[in-house]
Every structure is written in C-alpha cells, then in structure tokens.
Write a protein that binds this ligand. Sequence first.
Ligand code: ZN
Length: 503
Amino acid sequence: MAKKSRTYERFIEKVKEISYLNQALSMLRWDQETYMPPGTVNDRAKQVALLSGIVHERMTSKAMGRMLAELKKDRSLDEDQAVNVREFARDFKRATALPAALVKELSETESYSLDAWGKARKEMNYKKFEPWLDKTINLKCKVAEHIGYKDQPYDALLEEYEPMMPTKDVEAILTPFRKKLVPLVAKISKAAKEARVDESFLTGDFNVEAQRIFFTEIVKDMGYDFERGRLDVTTHPFTIGEALDVRITTRYNEKDLRPGLFSCIHEAGHGLYEQGTLAKNYHTPMGVAQSLGIHESQSRLWENVVGRGMPFWKYYLPRMQKAFPALCRVPLDLWHKAINMVRPSFIRVEADEVTYNLHILLRFELEREILEGKVKISEVPAVWNERMEKYLGIVPPDDVQGCLQDVHWAFGLVGYFPTYTLGNLLAAQLYDKVQTEMPGVEYGFAKGKFAPLLGWLRQKIHQHGRRYMYLDLCRKVTGSTIDEDHFINYLKKKYGPLFGVQL
Ligand code: ZN
C-alpha cells in the first residue's frame, strides 16, 4: 500500500470533480443528438459553453499546476496513482498551452466552417468550403506551434487522439501497409465481382422496431450492460460517457438492415471498452479509455472480425430470419458472402473492411501534405481524385462523393483519421493472440457466447484505462510491436476462400 499523500488525495478529489462536470457535459451533448427539442438549441449552447468554461478553469488552475508539479516528484505514489498523475499532467499541458483568444477563434471558425461545409455539399461546390478549410488549417498550425512538437506540426495534432505516437512512427506502419494493401484490394475486389454474389435480399422492407429489438438482443449478448447504458437513435452513431453511464447510439434504415446492425455492434464494442474499466478507478484517468486507436481496435474487432464472421451468423441468421421472415430462404453461406462483399467505393463510411483503410491512408497522406504546404487548399479536390484512382481505381463524380464527404476537417479534426487504421491493425493482431490463447473461441460465437472474448479484452485492455499507450499496449498484450501482416493475413485467410481466389 502506498503511503497516502495528502496532495494526491486533494488532486484526485479535483480530478473527480472535473470528471463529473465532463460527464454532465457528455449527457447534454447526448441529449442534443437524441431527444432535445429543436427550440432548446440556444439554451443548450449556453449551458455547454458555460460548463466547458468551468471545466477549463478547473483543469488549468494554478492550484492544479502546483499539485501536479509536486506529485510528479513524489516517489511514494503507487503505479496506478503515478499513471493518474502522468495522464492528467498531459491533459493539463494541452489545456494550458493554447491562449484563450486562439481557443475562441477555433470554436467560432468551427461553426462557420461547418455551415460552409454544409452549403458546399448542398451546392456541390468545393469553393464555398475552401476558405474555411484554409482558415482551419492555419489555426491548426498555430495550435501545433503552441502545443509544441519534436519533428513536424502533425505530431502535435495527432497527439490529441493518439498520445505519444509521432507521425513518423505512424508513417512507418502505414506506408508498408499501403504497399501490400493496394494490390490485395485489386485482387479481392476483382474476384468478388466475378463471383456474382446475389445481394438482392440485403434491401427490402425491414420494420424498424423489429430491428431495434433484434439488435438490442445482439448487443446484450455481447455483454453490453443496459443497467449502465442505453441504445438510442441518432443521425451519426456514436458512444459517449464513462464509468456508470456509457451510452451508445445507432441509426436504422428501413430498407437495409446493415447500417443499424453493424453500427450497433461497432458502438457496443466502444461501449464495452468504457464499461470495462475498474469501478475503483472511475472518474480518474485510470478509469477511462486511452486513445482513439485502441478504442477503434475494440469496435472494429467486434464489428468486423466477430460480427462479419461465419460463426457469428451460424447463431444469428436463424434468429434474424425469425425476426425478418423475408430472409427465411437465404442460405448461411450466401448471407455471409453478401455482407462481406468487397468493391471499391467513394464513401468511406460505407466502405467494406478490405477497401476501408485505403480511404484512411489517402486522408492521412493528404492532411500531412497540406500541413507541409506540398498540396495547396485549392488543389485538394484534384489530389483527392487522383489518389482515389491510384489506390482504388475509381474517380468520384463530384466532391460530395470526394473531398467533401467527411465532417472531420470542417469540425477542426485534423490528425484524427489515422486512428481508424491503427484500430483495424491492432484488432487483427489482438485477435490472432485471442486465438492462440483461447483456441476454439469461435465455437462459442456460434452458440451466441461471447463472455470468454469479453473477459479476455477486459483483462488485457479495458481494465488498464489509460495505463498504456497504443504501442505499449500492443507489445504488452501480443508480445510484439504493431505489425500490418496480422491484418493482411486476416484478409487473405478470410477473402481467399470466400471468393475463391489465391491470395
Ligand atoms: Zn468507432
């Protein structure tokens, strides 16, 4: 037992208060995206701004700075306590680095930029968004200068989503990955096309309430705890909250089961991660998830590796056929093939798991080239289309299906995209480890039993909160650093037999 430090106790009390305030903010945001009456929007903006201001004040207070300085030197802290200090100190550093005027300008730009992005999409006119993208990038460069970086400005931006992960390390992972992936995508999508899979049953009339009931069952089976969470409807599915209140959202399409189904599994994967931290650590950095890359490894593992796998559907297809009798004649192997169809497409969020990462690699490269001045803002659409043709062999007919499709840049999220691919790579590597440590785990999936997998993820990942960074966690759990071959081999093993092609 560590010697009790009075300063640490005071520090943790403050940290928890900040966490409760953030939790309240999360619930206001959740409400805004789900049930809030539209007329409340101005009040809500005031509430959120006021609470955010209070959080910022508390996080960056002189007293907090003094406590952190003292605690960083305190050798009597145990390991978990030291993690809490280390992680909060990182948040403190980022929060105090930016001058108030810059923060204000960023948030104002964000609303105008979002508005311009919406108009540009509506009018299919990139020029409407161009000045705002330019401004956002300039502000992001200023942010990077204030935060500081070792090697390149992108480091400082990426760090917000993937801590302690320099750009050159991500590049060293993703560039060789891209070289292997491009030819593989071409081969798999050619074979998939030639397989002429009947996908007609994927669209039809699927009662939304029946979808809700069926998907809720799946999410429950996965282990998501409805005593500490909810599943609601939004336009863009997300997971929000921590500790005893982790909420997930989805969207239903009455003509197609897939958007609701896979976003439920995906968001439940995120939700399970947050629900899997230890109660004793709630409202401290040890009690929340570490990075977006790790987060995405969890959601993708459930969504793609488990949820698009044959064992999963052995169990769920008969159940789904009961809920949706129109599907009653679809054989298991055809269903499995149809939901795993591979074809190059324009829209990232609709992409299959084989082509998906090329969408990300394009964005990761382009963001850096823009920041480095190698690509001018006016050249973004042309470079985007050129790169789509090079990687996926298709050219978007317009910018709405090209560089205007994602909300991220309009929202000021620069440096965010690579975390999706980092998540996919980690998911494959983790799953290889799962299979060596628990051979036959998939037989359980075929009976609707996911507790062994969830138990493993809880023990190896969820319970650690922010103890490990992405690469540390990967080494700790799998015994080696991140290696794209796990994902490449996963694709070969799955899609070779699926579409009858030698990979
Ligand atoms: Zn996600």
